[in-house]
Design a protein around this ligand. Structure first.
Ligand code: ARG
Length: 259
């Protein structure tokens, strides 16, 4: 009798253990790949009712080049890619805290950022440009001297303008900078090229001014927590594949034509 009880107890314990494990296995978060982004950066990421990827809690959807890339990375490794949408400035901290697995946000690979996170191979090349009013007398970066410049806080556009030694005002979103420009409260917005194209297409009377000498090219990469080589290698393999088979270049065409 005692033996039977002991066996029953063992079976019971085993059942609980298996139950616990299978509960973990079927738990969705185990099969999710959580990407952090700041969905204020078309054509790479924006909030969209008919978006291609959902927020972690399923309440929001997002669309854009990065969002398709995130989905494809998830697909390749049998995971569901989901988005944690947050302020751009919070992304690298969220990576460090383990709040997100990777960051895909049109993020430029910089030496400074490399000190706190690891970056994938580059997947897109961009440059800073100036957005000005059609009739502005700004033809090159040095014409920004003495002008009112708006940049987004924490973007490389801010770093570049700072390094050129110009005064500037920061805003939380690109659209806020554009509003300043449209309303005549500033003379120029310095921001990434593809996003600038989108804003110019959406707003009458604005043009893009380029200055390849003043603004060096930048490369976007996906960031992971420092030392997360397993995920980084997976991401790199997925990016390489999408670069090789033309997926990324056709996405770029598709999403910039929509602008
Ligand atoms: N490329 C710029 C940077 O890395 C701007 C990126 C903004 N991205 C965004 N999702 N809001 O600073």
């Amino acid at each position: 009798m005692k033996k039977t009880i002991r066996i029953l107890a063992l079976v019971f314990a085993a059942a609980i253990t298996i139950g616990l494990f299978s509960a973990c296995g079927s738990n969705d978060s185990g099969n999710q790949l959580v990407f952090g982004t700041n969905a204020e950066f078309p054509p790479f990421e924006s909030v969209a009712a008919d978006g291609v990827i959902s927020s972690v809690d399923g309440t929001q959807k997002f669309d854009g080049i990065d969002m398709v890339i995130a989905n494809k990375i998830g697909e390749k490794y049998g995971k569901t890619a989901v988005i944690n949408n947050m302020e751009f400035d919070s992304l690298l901290v969220a990576l460090k805290n383990g709040q997100i697995d990777a960051c895909i946000a049109g993020m430029t690979i910089t030496e400074e950022r490399k000190e706190s996170v690891d970056f994938s191979i580059p997947y897109y090349t961009a440059t800073q440009v100036m957005i000005v009013k059609e009739d502005a007398d700004i033809k090159k970066a040095s014409d920004l001297e003495g002008k009112k410049i708006s940049v987004v806080q924490g973007y490389t556009g801010e770093t570049v303008v700072k390094e050129l030694g110009f005064e500037y005002e920061t805003f939380k979103k690109g659209t806020e900078c554009i509003l300043e420009l449209v309303n005549g409260k500033c003379d120029a917005v310095v921001i990434d090229s593809a996003t600038a194209e989108k804003y110019v297409a959406d707003n009458e009377g604005l043009i893009i001014v380029k200055d390849a000498e003043a603004f060096e090219s930048e490369e976007y990469g996906i960031a992971v927590a420092k030392g997360n080589t397993e995920l980084l290698e997976q991401i790199n393999a997925a990016i390489q594949e999408m670069l090789d088979d033309g997926t990324i270049s056709s996405l770029a065409v598709q999403y910039t034509e929509e602008a």
